[in-house]
Design a protein around this ligand. Structure first.
Ligand SMILES: [Zn+2]
Length: 346
C-alpha cells in the first residue's frame, strides 16, 4: 500500500525537491511528496502542473509523469507534482470495486501505477467532523470533504493534515513566484463539468485563447468560469490568494462513474464500457460515448495539449516571460502511438 511506482526523470529534470522544502511541518509525513523542477537555460515564465489531486482520476497523474519523463525546457521553468495528495494514493474507496493498480504496456515492458482514492487516507486524518467548515470562507460541506484536498485551499499552517498539504502547495506557488498553475482532474461521463477548462477570472484571457487553439486542433472542449461561491478549490483559492493564473482541466473517466461496468485495469486504461455506450444512446451523458470509449491515451493527450497551450499563449501575452519546452508529444502523436511510446522505463 505504501510502495510507490517508479518514475524515471527525463533529461529535462534539473532538480527534485520535496513539498516540505516550502513548509517544513509536513517533512517526513505521508503528505510530503516530490516536486520535479524542469528548468530551461534561458530565464522565462513558470508553470506548475498538479497531478494526483484526486488519485482516483488517473489521467492527471499519468500526464504529470509523462511530462517529467519527456519535457525538456529551453526557456522558463516547469514544476510538476505528480502526487499532490500523496496520502490518497495509499488506499482506495470502499465499495467502489476499483483496482489498486493499473498497467500500461510499453515497447520495453509493462509499467504499473497506483489507483487511489479521492480523499486523504483516514489513517492519516481521522475522525471526520459531521460538518466540514472551510476556514477562510465559512463554507459548510459534508464531513468527509475535510479529507478532499481540493476543498481545503489555500490551506492552513496549523490546520488538519490535508490543510497542511494544501498550505505547502500555496507556499510553493508564492515562494517560487509561479505564473501559471494547472490542476489536472477527471470526472465521470455523467457529470456536467467534463472535457472542460475551469478558470479563475484572472486566468480567463489566457484560458479563452488556449481554448480556441485547442478547438482548432480538433479537441472539443468548453470553458467555465470558476464559481465565486464554491470555496477551497485550486482554481478559486490559488487565484485569490496568490499571483498565479489558476486553471483546472477535466477529462472523461469511465472508471469513475456510477453507470460503469466491471472496474479493472482494462477499463482504467482502455476506457471502453458497453453500459456507457447504452447510456449515451439514451442521452444520459455529457460526453459522446461509442465503442471506442475514452482511453487513457486520449485523456492524457487532452491534458498535455492543454498544458502546452497555456504556457504558449502565456508567452504570447507576456513576451518577457516566454516559456519554450521541447519533447512534449503533440495530440495526434499520442492518439496514434498510445501512451507506452512516451512512458518507456529507462
Ligand atoms: Zn477531481
Amino acid at each position: 500500500m505504501l510502495v510507490e511506482e517508479p518514475i524515471y526523470p527525463g533529461k529535462g529534470v534539473s532538480e527534485i525537491k520535496m513539498l516540505s522544502d516550502y513548509f517544513e511541518d509536513i517533512k517526513g509525513t505521508p503528505g510530503d511528496t516530490e516536486v520535479y523542477v524542469l528548468k530551461g537555460e534561458k530565464p522565462g515564465g513558470s508553470i506548475l502542473v498538479l497531478g494526483g489531486t484526486h488519485p482516483n482520476e488517473p489521467s492527471g497523474f499519468v500526464s504529470a509523469i509523462l511530462l517529467i519523463e519527456n519535457a525538456v525546457p529551453e526557456q522558463g521553468t516547469m514544476f510538476v507534482v505528480p502526487r499532490t495528495n500523496n496520502s490518497g494514493f495509499t488506499h482506495d474507496d470502499p465499495q467502489e470495486g476499483s483496482p489498486m493498480r493499473f498497467t500500461i504496456d510499453t515497447p520495453s515492458g509493462e509499467r504499473w501505477f497506483r489507483f487511489g482514492s479521492r480523499a486523504t487516507n483516514p489513517i492519516h486524518q481521522w475522525p471526520d467532523p459531521d460538518i466540514y467548515v472551510h476556514k477562510s470562507s465559512g463554507q459548510k460541506l459534508s464531513g468527509s470533504e475535510t479529507r478532499n484536498i481540493n476543498r481545503t485551499y489555500p490551506g492552513r499552517a496549523d490546520g488538519s493534515f490535508t490543510e497542511k498539504v494544501s498550505y505547502a502547495i500555496t507556499e510553493m506557488i508564492k515562494q517560487e513566484n509561479i505564473d501559471i498553475t494547472v490542476d489536472l482532474h477527471e470526472a465521470s461521463p455523467e457529470y456536467p463539468t467534463i472535457n472542460a477548462i475551469v478558470a479563475h477570472e484572472k486566468a480567463m484571457p489566457l484560458a479563452s485563447q488556449a481554448l480556441i487553439n485547442m478547438q482548432i486542433e480538433g479537441i472539443n472542449i468548453s470553458l467555465e468560469p470558476s464559481p465565486t461561491n464554491l470555496r477551497g478549490l485550486t482554481h478559486r483559492e490559488l487565484g485569490d490568494h496568490t499571483d498565479t493564473l489558476a486553471l483546472l482541466m477535466e477529462t472523461a473517466n469511465p472508471s469513475q462513474g456510477r453507470l460503469r461496468g466491471k472496474t479493472d485495469s482494462d477499463l482504467v486504461v482502455n476506457g471502453k464500457d458497453k453500459f456507457y455506450v447504452r447510456a449515451a444512446e439514451h442521452g444520459r451523458l455529457y460526453v459522446p460515448f461509442d465503442e471506442k470509449g475514452h482511453p487513457l491515451s486520449e485523456r492524457v493527450a487532452r491534458h498535455i495539449t492543454g498544458v502546452k497551450e497555456f504556457y504558449t499563449v502565456f508567452g504570447e501575452q507576456n513576451p518577457d516571460k516566454n516559456i519554450d519546452i521541447k519533447g512534449i508529444p503533440n495530440y495526434e502523436d499520442m492518439i496514434n502511438h498510445g501512451l507506452g511510446e512516451y512512458l518507456q522505463p529507462r
